[in-house]
Design a protein around this ligand. Structure first.
Ligand SMILES: [Mg+2]
Length: 249
């Protein structure tokens, strides 16, 4: 059998940087964290979807029906995301924004929980794309947005194409660990397979650009051009990130 085709790649600069959330910006798989004693069972479902063995929609609904997360549980998950943000997440986002770039989160996670992380990282809530979850007045689970493209395979590609159309400054780069990120890669000028938390074989096999370091500073040279690094170096407030980027490589 022929090896799977690699995705296309072109060098920075990019106008828009898009990050996956679970196992990329944060070291957890959010829905698995909601599972309590059922974590193993739920994590096995998540793993199969992220490895591309089953379509996302086959597990998305099932996981939420099994868990029925309350409003309080989703808020607690938001705090978990913040506590498990990878090193230099905030600094990387700040540097990209200082260079005038749009920074987005594109996630199959629960929007209300991902908001806590985007808030902590300084990413505009309007640039967070995730799946809405609903609760009754008493905070009990009342379903999720079943029409969200992010709850099914191929949905990230649709949304990423839209973000690429909105970009006027050099196209878009995507960073993610999962099969759903790899699926979206054709809409990006660069896809970075991120294995700092979970290294997925199929995703790494097809990616041209990969990163195995569990420190987001390592992404900086993959996402910006050399002259942009020089621009950052002129501002001392980015020196910590630049130093970490050199060490992390
Ligand atoms: Mg992920």
């Amino acid at each position: 059998m022929a090896p799977p085709a690699r995705v296309d790649d072109s060098a920075p600069p990019y106008g828009t940087l898009v990050f996956d959330c679970d196992s990329t910006l944060a070291s957890i798989e959010g829905i698995d964290e909601l599972a309590g004693e059922r974590k193993q069972e739920i994590a096995a479902l998540t793993e199969r979807a992220m490895a591309g063995e089953v379509p996302l929609e086959a597990v998305f609904r099932r996981r939420l029906l099994l868990l029925e997360p309350t409003r309080d549980q989703v808020a607690a998950l938001g705090r978990q995301y913040v506590a498990h943000a990878l090193p230099h997440a905030r600094e990387l986002v700040r540097a990209l924004q200082a260079l005038g770039k749009r920074v987005c989160i594109l996630s199959g996670g629960l929007r209300q929980a991902v908001f806590a992380l985007s808030d902590a990282l300084g990413i505009d809530s309007g640039d967070v794309f995730a799946v809405d979850i609903f609760h009754g007045r008493d905070g009990s689970y009342a379903g999720f947005d079943e029409d969200s493209p992010l709850a099914r395979s191929g949905g990230k590609l649709e949304l990423l194409r839209q973000l690429a159309r909105e970009d006027r400054r050099g196209g878009l780069a995507l960073v993610g660990d999962g099969a759903t990120d790899l699926e979206a890669a054709p809409a990006a000028r660069r896809f970075v397979a991120f294995g700092g938390v979970a290294r997925r074989k199929e995703v790494f096999a097809r990616a041209v650009v990969t990163c195995d370091t569990p420190d987001l500073a390592a992404l900086l040279p993959l996402l910006v051009a050399t002259d942009e690094i020089d621009t950052l170096a002129r501002d001392p407030s980015h020196h910590l990130l630049l130093r970490a980027a050199r060490v992390a490589r």
